[in-house]
Write a protein that binds this ligand. Sequence first.
Ligand SMILES: [Fe+2]
Length: 241
Amino acid sequence: MIDFHCHILPGVDDGAQNIEESLALAQQCVKAGVDAVVATPHGHGSVLDTLLPKRQAAFRQLGEALQRENIPLKLYPGMEYFADGHSVDMAVAHPEILCGIPGTPYRPLLLEISIDMDLQFVKDLLFMAQLKGIPLVLAHPERYKNFRKSFPLLCELMDKGLVLQFNSEDFRKSFFHRAIPNMMLALMDHDPTRVVIGSDAHDAEERPAGLQIAQESISKTLGKAVWEQVSQQNPAELIGL
Ligand SMILES: [Fe+2]
């Protein structure tokens, strides 16, 4: 299974701060049955010049450490890119910000929007991205302020090709917290080919790796075939496997 959103690279953003913390997250992944991770540090246009070489060095460092420690986890490059009006132009100019195997066509842009952004803006970006042949994946839309009111619009965007990335942790249900997990499941039921799952892990203690909560909830509600689709088939296709 593939974790599509993880801040596992050492010392690049507010995720793992050093190689030891990265390896702790990697161990958690393996223990949870995750065998591949898209490493997605935060990024934005204004910091790309310094971020890209830093990310490349961290990616190499972690790859070597995984080999040295014999940890069976595959790593793919990516970025959680903060959306603005220039996102698509930046992706064309800097394809390194896309997720997946470098050089593969149709790699996606993982886009983070601010919690109070208008989703119509994503609709415009989706149109622009499609003109350039770039698939868009929207990072954790369930954290968006108007998520619960946006079911019809999110369905419409999925129908137009938008992929939604849900955080595993957000499938946790409690008596007072059912609406969001239920809506994520309903969106997935609407079109299971347009969803991927991530841990959005930052550190092994507070925001750990692993996709168990999503796995349990999705398998139980929508079935194992849907879980397989959103945790393996969809992300594999997007990253060019
Ligand atoms: Fe993130």
